[in-house]
Design a protein around this ligand. Structure first.
Ligand SMILES: [Zn+2]
Length: 416
């Protein structure tokens, strides 16, 4: 940001520390897979196709298009999206099983994203295997996939709790092979920005090819952790994101926050078109039926809404005083609302814009009346709105299929 009146410490972290910016950052969207893994969410085939088209239009570099081994319906949708030739690199999910990979070969996707547990907790306890056997299996399946012309993303599940030595051994599988990248998953969202950065730096000591970062938001740090890669050096990265940050449990790094921070805070050039973010957010809100909260970064209703007197006063002089993101970059509209915190300057401006002159005394009376109106109105509004919130939470519960319903289904099938 070139403005002599504000100091830019983000630029300092790049310039003064002489941090190397990555050669390439690719936006890898996972809304169609991770997003659908949000508890209760199911997207129809048409909905997925529409979201995929919108993602392509906005300029994502790569996107997960499906997990074809899950069901016939999922496979046909995956095939349908790939068949559209939307221009992004298509990634598909598979477990480290030959039959899962065969499904990906069938739908002809560009990249097979292995779900390959990397922490001892996962591969020893959950998969009940030892590292030597596991490495043999991974190597065989990697070679098999590549032989079929599909790239491999060695998706290290729970990598953030894996021994670096084990990660190094798994990475060795892809070392001398073309079209292989490493995908680091912070499955339970345990990284902090400093530890994510440390992990990436350690990884870069033995892995120079692309790294994909798939970070979860259990502590609310997914986006921040992902962005640490910007400062951690050369090489190529895929940033795994979802629209509105939806995903398993507390979700993943959000597309809108990641892309906007990259362009606006870091000045990093990505081809993604930020003006498409609101449309994408609304579309995913509609198809996931998960509302975006008003104070949500970038796409929330309140992101460019101002009420407090000094803020409005500042904005009227220079929007940079209370808005860090140039509003045009997101194609959003600024809004002033009136209430308890309104200051006289906005009321004066609104009246003057309409040719109404007002003296100081009358202005003060008008201001008091505006504040009173808001306080009175708000009490009634709160009662009504709290009912809506309560109904919404009850309605969310209805979305899940619960234990009792499964037992009922089973009883019918078993004729009990
Ligand atoms: Zn995930």
């Amino acid at each position: 940001m070139n403005n002599p009146l504000v100091h830019d410490y983000v630029r300092d972290t790049i310039d003064l520390k002489k941090a190397n910016m990555p050669e390439s950052i690719y936006i890898l969207d996972a809304t169609l897979t991770e997003g659908e893994q949000t508890s209760g969410v199911v997207f129809s085939s048409d909905e997925k196709l529409e979201m995929a088209r919108k993602l392509a239009e906005a300029g994502v570099d790569a996107a997960y298009v499906g997990f074809p081994a899950v069901s016939k319906e999922e496979k046909s949708t995956t095939k349908r999206i790939i068949g559209e030739g939307l221009g992004f690199e298509s990634w598909g999910l598979c477990r480290v099983l030959k039959e899962d990979i065969d499904e990906l070969i069938d739908v002809d996707c560009d990249m097979a994203s292995f779900i390959a547990p990397a922490s001892r907790l996962h591969y020893q306890k959950r998969l009940k295997t030892n590292l030597d056997d596991y490495l043999i299996r991974l190597e065989e399946l990697t070679t098999y996939t590549l032989e079929h012309g599909i790239g491999v993303s060695l998706g290290l599940e729970d990598a953030s709790r894996a021994e670096m030595d084990d990660v190094k051994k798994i990475a060795k599988i892809g070392e001398d092979k073309e079209k292989v990248n490493l995908l680091i998953t912070d499955t339970v969202g345990t990284f902090t920005p400093a530890s994510a950065r440390y992990f990436i730096d350690e990884l870069r000591k033995f892995w120079s090819k692309p790294i994909a970062l798939h970070f979860h938001d259990d502590f609310g740090m997914a986006t921040a952790n992902t962005l640490t890669a910007v400062e951690s050096g050369q090489g190529e990265y895929y940033f795994y994101v979802t629209v509105n940050g939806i995903g398993e449990r507390c979700g993943a790094a959000s597309l809108e926050e990641t892309c906007t921070a990259l362009k606006v805070l870091y000045g990093y050039d990505i081809k993604f078109d930020l003006t498409k973010l609101m449309e994408l957010s609304k579309l995913v809100e509609k198809y996931s039926s998960i509302p975006v909260i008003p104070p949500k970064a970038i796409v929330g209703l309140n992101a460019f809404t101002h009420e407090t007197g000094p803020h409005v006063h500042g904005i009227l002089i220079d929007p940079l005083t209370y808005e860090r993101i140039p509003i045009d970059t997101l194609a959003r509209k600024r809004r002033f609302v009136f209430g308890k915190h309104t200051g006289a300057s906005l009321i004066k401006k609104v009246l003057e814009d309409r040719g109404i002159q007002v003296d100081k005394e009358s202005l003060e009376i008008i201001l008091q009346k505006v504040k009173e109106k808001h306080e009175k109105k708000d009490a009634a509004w709160k009662i009504e709105n709290n009912k809506i919130i309560e109904n919404y939470h009850q309605s969310v519960e209805k979305r899940f299929t619960l234990e009792n319903e499964v037992v009922e289904i089973a009883k019918k099938v078993l004729k009990l």
